[in-house]
Design a protein around this ligand. Structure first.
Ligand SMILES: O=C(O)CCC(=O)C(=O)O
Ligand SMILES: [Fe+2]
Length: 314
């Protein structure tokens, strides 16, 4: 059975900065901004063009997967390195003469910083010859900018459901993507392992293994070239490219600077107070273990109820 509740993500035709800031952003719900001028990239970024621009001989680290559904639990994909130009050519084709595993393997690039442990991805730094082709909506203060990430994928590859901790514009440049989102409030139904959901097949979930999943409300949209999807921080997203697809996503900081982990280069490390709160919770749980199980159970329920009353937003 698929999810009981399904919503279409609203498509906003009045994509002006004023409307976004005043009426859309404060709601913190995903929307598709349609009709923004995102620049010449929509027409210009063909596989031939991308694989011939200066700098395209540079190596990139990519995910390679024989399956159309990447599985982080059973690791059915591998990291490999190819020159950007060769990667683009392969990702644009469905069958390959040269391949790592199978002739119809799929490719996925999530661009990284020059030194991924220290630097964030920034299309202006890693792909300077391409950066001026894309106009990033200036709907947030420039000092709040965190990263801009090139994402290039083969047709028919699906990335697992996950959340990020920054606000995000996912700009669709070429090809189409189907995006399914879930609210942070439905996190309990998503069978999380850290920032990722164990439910890989969101269209056909295994109802014996994941009985609660149907309770999560599914928000859907189909991104077309030129669309920009606003993904608020902590909203889960599952992205499937229907065609060879090029996107750029821009993360920016919604919270005050000091709340973010300064070692986070991906935009997916929980804000610093979360780490501290989790440590305290672990200590509280360990302390409860001084009691017999029956008491642990009773007092744990009291603690859950206290968390619900004091910390849940109504
Ligand atoms: O478009 C994709 O492939 C994934 C996008 C994503 O995860 C993001 O923008 O945070
Ligand atoms: Fe993401």
């Amino acid at each position: 059975m698929s999810n009981l509740l399904e919503h279409q993500v609203e498509i906003i035709e009045d994509h002006s900065k004023g409307n976004f800031i005043q009426h859309i952003y404060p709601k913190r719900i995903p929307v598709v901004l349609r009709g923004i001028s995102i620049g010449p990239c929509v027409k210009k970024w063909t596989p031939d063009y991308l694989s011939s621009v200066p700098g395209s001989e540079k190596d990139v680290k990519i995910h390679v997967s024989p399956s159309h559904q990447m599985d982080f639990i059973n690791k059915n994909f591998a990291y490999r390195t190819l020159p950007f130009s060769e990667f683009v050519k392969r990702a644009a084709r469905e069958k390959h003469e040269e391949y790592f595993f199978t002739e119809d393997e799929k490719y996925y690039l999530r661009a990284l910083g020059d030194d991924p442990r220290k630097d964030v991805a920034d299309i202006r730094k890693q792909f300077p010859a391409l950066a001026s082709d894309i106009f990033i909506p200036e709907y947030f203060e420039p000092e709040k900018f965190f990263s801009s990430v090139f994402r290039i994928s083969s047709a028919n590859i699906q990335l697992w459901t996950h959340y990020d901790v920054m606000d995000n514009f996912l700009i669709q440049v070429t090809g189409r993507k189907k995006v399914i989102l879930f609210s942070p409030r439905d996190a309990n139904y998503l069978y999380l392992q850290g920032d990722k959901s164990e439910v890989l097949d969101v269209d056909n979930p295994d109802s014996e293994k994941f009985p609660e999943f149907v309770k999560a409300r599914r928000y859907c949209c189909l991104l077309e070239p030129g669309d920009t999807l606003f993904i608020p921080a902590m909203w889960f997203h599952n992205v499937k490219s229907l065609d060879f697809a090029i996107s750029v996503n821009v993360f920016w900081k919604h919270l005050e600077e000091h709340l973010y982990d300064s070692k986070d280069t991906y935009g997916n490390k929980d804000p610093l107070p979360v780490g501290r709160a989790m440590q305290i919770l672990d200590r509280a749980l360990k302390t409860l273990k001084e009691l017999p199980e029956e008491y642990q159970d009773f007092y744990a329920r009291m603690m859950v109820s206290k968390i619900q009353t004091k910390a849940y937003k109504s």
